[in-house]
Design a protein around this ligand. Structure first.
Ligand code: SAM
Length: 361
């Protein structure tokens, strides 16, 4: 099956949907707020924007539920307050939301309605189904692109691992350790290729000096790659337990490659500089739990959040049923508990949230 069909989040508004299990990702969105506000001021002060009297803003990989409109709501509020301060009428704004065609756009479209009433004189909204690894917009038509928690998704899992039948996570610990650099290297190369393409495509779509603010999960720059610094590490470890206990097929587990990667801040900087389409305006690394109500973060919430994100891709590979995913949540809770709380609650979590603000060169 086309990988684009599998990477969408759990649809709908039920208990297991992404719409109901999004609070950890929402914390990352909140951390982007000051950088988005600064980018809006920059875009709105640009003479070419002012002379054309309109701003076009796009959020990539919006998913569905409250997070889908969180970033564009920040941009609209920032535009409004900027022009209020200047005592000038705000420009017309066009807000667009993108995700893969299999995303739950029915829910997204409804949540766009209130945005049209948020700003004067005109806010036009729309959805743009398609992969952000392809061109989505005519050249030079966007002023600001933002995205949260999407760039970890690769266009595909590393082909060299699949072709050489090297499991992404070998259940045998010794073999796994020996192959760690091979696996990590294959994922890093795929990320470099995909992220470079992403930068080139977005640079074409932005107006001169257009801005882009993105957030993604990554690993600490000072940390050598290890199995728990892989963004998919927790899911792989949970599935490995299920495979050893016979809850899922071991051979199928060996051929399961999650197309997800988390770079370090330095790795991101290097790719951006090497590509040259953008200059770095600001880069930040945050603890995954900063800005979250720590006391409210339960293991069940984390397990359900993992389910909301990974269920479609797990279902697709293992041909699994709801029972397998219920077992996934139970195993995840036990695993996170054994880890002494959870990976996200550890004092020095190997995973960090990266926020990057860029200006088209
Ligand atoms: C973890 S969700 C993030 C959703 C939202 N931005 C947030 O921060 O809560 C990742 C989203 O990226 C989308 N996605 C993954 N690969 C994509 C691609 N190549 N093109 C467009 N969207 C993609 C998925 O469908 C999913 O909705």
């Amino acid at each position: 099956m086309d990988p684009k069909q599998m990477v969408h989040m759990n649809q709908g508004q039920e208990e297991t949907s992404y719409a109901r299990n999004h609070s950890m990702q929402n914390a990352a969105q909140n951390r982007m707020k000051p950088l988005i506000e600064a980018a809006i001021v920059d875009v709105c002060s640009n003479t070419s924007t002012l002379s054309c009297g309109k701003v076009v803003i796009m959020d990539l990989g919006c998913s569905s539920g409250p997070n889908a409109v969180a970033l564009v709501s920040i941009t609209l509020e920032a535009t409004h307050s900027h022009f209020l301060q200047l005592q000038q009428p705000p420009p017309e704004v066009c807000v667009l939301l993108n995700d893969l065609p299999y995303n739950d756009f029915n829910v997204v479209v409804k949540s766009l309605v209130p945005l049209r009433k948020m700003n004067e004189p005109v806010v036009v909204t729309g959805v743009v189904p398609g992969s952000f690894y392809e061109r989505l917009f005519p050249g030079g038509s966007l002023h600001l692109i933002c995205s949260s928690n999407i760039l970890n998704w690769l266009s595909k899992a590393p082909r060299d691992l699949m072709m050489n039948q090297i499991p992404a996570y070998d259940i045998d610990e010794h073999v796994r350790r020996e192959r760690l650099t091979v696996v990590a290297g294959a994922y890093a190369r795929q990320f470099r290729k995909d992220f470079t393409l992403f930068l080139e495509l977005r640079a074409k779509e932005l107006v001169p000096k257009g801005r882009m603010v993105v957030s993604l999960a990554g690993r600490r720059s000072d940390e050598l790659i290890n199995e728990s610094s892989h963004v998919w590490g927790t899911v792989a470890q949970i599935l490995a337990i299920m495979a050893s206990e016979g809850a899922i097929d071991k051979a199928k587990f060996d051929s399961f490659y999650i197309p997800v990667y988390g770079p370090s801040l330095e790795e991101l900087r290097e790719i951006i500089q090497e590509d040259g389409s953008f200059s770095v305006t600001e880069m930040q690394a945050h603890e995954p739990t900063s800005g979250m109500d720590y006391a409210c973060l339960t293991l069940n919430m984390i397990a359900n959040s993992l389910r909301a994100i990974y269920e479609p891709i797990i279902d697709q590979h293992f041909g699994s049923s709801g029972e397998v995913m219920d077992e996934f949540v139970r195993t995840a809770e036990k695993y996170l508990n054994l880890q002494g709380g959870s990976q996200v609650k550890q004092t020095k979590n190997p995973i960090v949230m990266l926020v990057v603000s860029l200006t088209k060169a």
